[in-house]
Design a protein around this ligand. Structure first.
Ligand code: AP5
Ligand code: ZN
Length: 216
């Protein structure tokens, strides 16, 4: 299955992507994770991406599209994938449509995670991520038993640089301007399904998997 997760920052895309990708046995491809890995390794791509990420803006389409094209050509993504954080602009969506058409493939479904801005702010300001296994936690909604230490691998937790209040506001603005139009793009293709992304993580996963059932 070829699936895209779309939704505002903090909607729970990364959290849900892990469960949904495991359920579908497809690779989870997160452009945010790929950029962050490049930033921490200090690669030229990371140095370029960091300038935009720290300001809450988007990395230029050309850079992002080329990176995804390379990743989708890898063997594990040939029969299916779950994209988290891509596409994020209409030109990225058009490029993805073309990349897939070139190989005779199409997207099956675009799942939109719906939450309001107040919830986004609560989620992002309390988010913590594990340096080791990359699991996403929350100080209030999904806390670890020892503060600052991952329950899964014992790794140290950190707060993302772009989860500061002023950067969150900018990311929400960018989402409304550049990413929300994807709802119309995929709506017109009949591929969009919106789900309520509030409530416990497991309930959101169940809603998502129910939608996948009716589409597979
Ligand atoms: P990216 O990493 O994709 O960030 P984002 O879209 O802003 O999304 P987040 O990762 O912040 O949130 P999420 O929806 O994954 O939520 P999460 O599951 O963590 O991108 C970062 C940056 O990279 C961008 O700003 C841009 O600069 C660049 N970039 C990436 N892709 C790009 C592209 N295609 N083009 C150009 N630039 C690009 O959950 C959030 C918190 O809430 C967690 O603490 C979690 O524990 C908690 N939580 C989750 N679900 C629930 C729930 N149901 N109830 C309570 N708490 C919950
Ligand atoms: Zn960990």
């Amino acid at each position: 299955m070829r699936l895209v997760l779309v939704g505002p920052p903090g909607a729970g895309k990364g959290t849900q992507a892990e469960f949904i990708a495991a359920h579908l046995s497809v690779p989870k491809i997160s452009t945010g994770d790929i950029f962050r890995a490049n930033v921490s390794q200090g690669t030229p791509l990371g140095l370029e991406a960091k300038r935009y990420m720290d300001a809450g803006g988007l990395v230029p389409d050309e850079v992002t599209i080329n990176m995804v094209r390379g990743r989708l050509a890898e063997q594990d993504a040939v029969d299916g994938f779950l994209l988290d954080g891509f596409p994020r602009t209409v030109p990225q969506a058009v490029a993805l449509d073309k990349m897939l058409a070139d190989t005779g493939a199409t997207l099956d479904l675009v799942l939109e995670l719906i939450v309001d801005n107040d919830e986004v702010i609560r989620r992002l300001s309390g988010r913590r991520t594990c340096h080791g296994c990359k699991k996403i936690w929350h100080v209030e909604f999904d806390p670890t038993s020892n503060e600052g230490v991952c329950d899964r691998c014992g790794g140290e937790l950190y707060q993302r640089d772009d989860d500061k209040a002023e950067t969150i506001t900018e990311r929400l603005k960018v989402y409304g301007r550049d990413t929300a139009p994807l709802v119309d793009h995929y709506g017109a293709q009949g591929k969009l399904v919106g789900i309520d992304a509030t409530g416990p993580v497991e309930d959101v996963t169940e809603r998502a998997i129910n939608e996948l059932r009716s589409f597979s």
